[in-house]
Ligand binder design. Sequence first.
Ligand SMILES: [Zn+2]
Length: 51
Amino acid sequence: MSTRENARFVCPACTRSIAVTDAVRDALVENGCAVCGADVDLGAFDAAETA
Ligand SMILES: [Zn+2]
């Protein structure tokens, strides 16, 4: 059972940076930053480079 993080979230409000999976990314966009509760949009995520 492996859960790959495939994006990095950097909160625009609290600047917290965490690696996230697609599911976690979707949850953050829906619910806001897990740390500070700020609204989150897809611009706060950097897709991991998988060439
Ligand atoms: Zn935050």
